[in-house]
Design a protein around this ligand. Sequence first.
Ligand SMILES: Nc1ncnc2c1ncn2[C@@H]1O[C@H](COP(=O)(O)OP(=O)(O)OP(=O)(O)O)[C@@H](O)[C@H]1O
Ligand SMILES: [Mg+2]
Ligand SMILES: [Zn+2]
Length: 511
Amino acid sequence: MYSKVSSLGLFGLNAFPVDVEIDVSRGMPRFDIVGLPDASVRESRERIGAALRAVDVLLPTKRVVVNLAPADVRKSGTMHDLAIFVGVLKALDMIPSSLDGKCFIGEVSLSGEVRAVKGVLPMTILARNLGIEELYVPEENAAEAAAINGVKVMGVKSVQALMAHFNHTEMISPAVYSCHENLSISAPSLDFSEVRGQRSVKRALEIAAAGGHNVLMVGPPGSGKSMLARRLPTILPEMTMDEILETTNIYSISGMLDPKSPLVRKRPFRAPHHTTSGAGLVGGGSTPQPGEISLAHNGLLFLDELAEFDRRTLDIMRQPLEDKTVTITRASGTVTYPCSFMLVGAMNPCPCGYYGHPKKKCTCAPRQVQQYLSRISGPLMERFDMHLEVEPVEFSELSDTKAPESSAEIRKRVQAARALQEQRFKGTDITCNSQIPAGHLHEYCPMNDSAKTVIKNAFERLGLSARSYDRILKLARTVADMAGSDSIERTHAAAALQYGSMGWKYSPEQK
Ligand SMILES: Nc1ncnc2c1ncn2[C@@H]1O[C@H](COP(=O)(O)OP(=O)(O)OP(=O)(O)O)[C@@H](O)[C@H]1O
Ligand SMILES: [Mg+2]
Ligand SMILES: [Zn+2]
């Protein structure tokens, strides 16, 4: 007796089709799973045995062989349980309906409950592309899967419910996509209007948001650095549908989706603690999981207290920052995850926090200040397009009763600047100015002569690196966009330089 049932597997972000073949034959009673299963798949045997008993099916005293094809691809996870369960029953002739066009994913518990699995979204996208008609998933994952059009999603609560469905005693109805986002009571949303004063920093953050530039904020304690960073996502442009799916895929394979709002529609904001390990930051594990930089994909990664991070941990991030993808190699294979995010760092200028403070005196020795800053490597420092000096807020600003501009108003200008960029980069995979590749700088960032002179002078005076030059050009492009200018003029170049050079005041060489 033989049966074949479709299932899906996952490695990294890549889903692949798996055929579960079952053969029940005469011989010593045993239950074997073959086809490169890892331990979690092999244990499925025990779960299936118990789940069969839960629906009053006793395995015949025969030899049962389960083959997961293709046999040369390693299978891991518990998502094949449901297909194996269905396949065994089909081989025993206990499922009347045809299984053509149907596909099953889900973990089965000893009592027969069907439990949620990770990565349902990328698997559903594949199912749709493969032309699968009905996809059976754990009920908890049904909302997530239903977000994809073109495939009928059936949420299965338990194997008992599945049997009732096959026996036509109680049908499962296809899941419908609904977005409850507006109903969810989230924490009161943050807004830029809550931040008093700091006009120039806010303006700079607006430019950063408009061009997707990385920002480092340096300033004394309590000046509002963390407060500002947390409000940055509120002025970033809305996500496109492609971006939503890309980001949701990562949360799906990490098992971090909220069943109530299965799509990640808001740009992610990740703020890992400074004790985070390298693997936590860039990804890792024996079956490599996405790290913080990938969870921040299409959103923002905020490294608060930047100087407290381990220098080596930060440096692992350098290459992914450039490539916008991260590749992790383990014994089980190599996976690549996207990690296109805006990097925002915040730090004090010195251990006591008051170096450069207009009123308070810094109690650190010059050597200590230098050591503090050199915790961040030069190359990482250079990856921040903007170095902003955040000054303490004046009392008059704090007590001012006039509310500052709201996030919605700032966002309108950001969206306008992004619209210009969309036009400019039509037909390419560049989404914003910060992503202009070095080879296209002159095409996209034309400068007039006086702008060139300003940059040339600074270049010679400060001994900038080639990377800094590129970054200043891209930043100047955004400043010009915000001013509605096609070419980069003197004032735009000067502004870009000013944002770049603030940090150099703190850099060890300048001290
Ligand atoms: N510009 C501001 N407008 C209104 N409130 C502010 C402002 N700056 C700071 N505050 C208040 O001070 C608190 C501390 O600010 P925040 O945590 O952002 O400072 P910080 O610059 O990150 O300090 P640290 O260097 O200690 O991390 C905020 O929660 C807020 O209540
Ligand atoms: Mg802070
Ligand atoms: Zn100090």
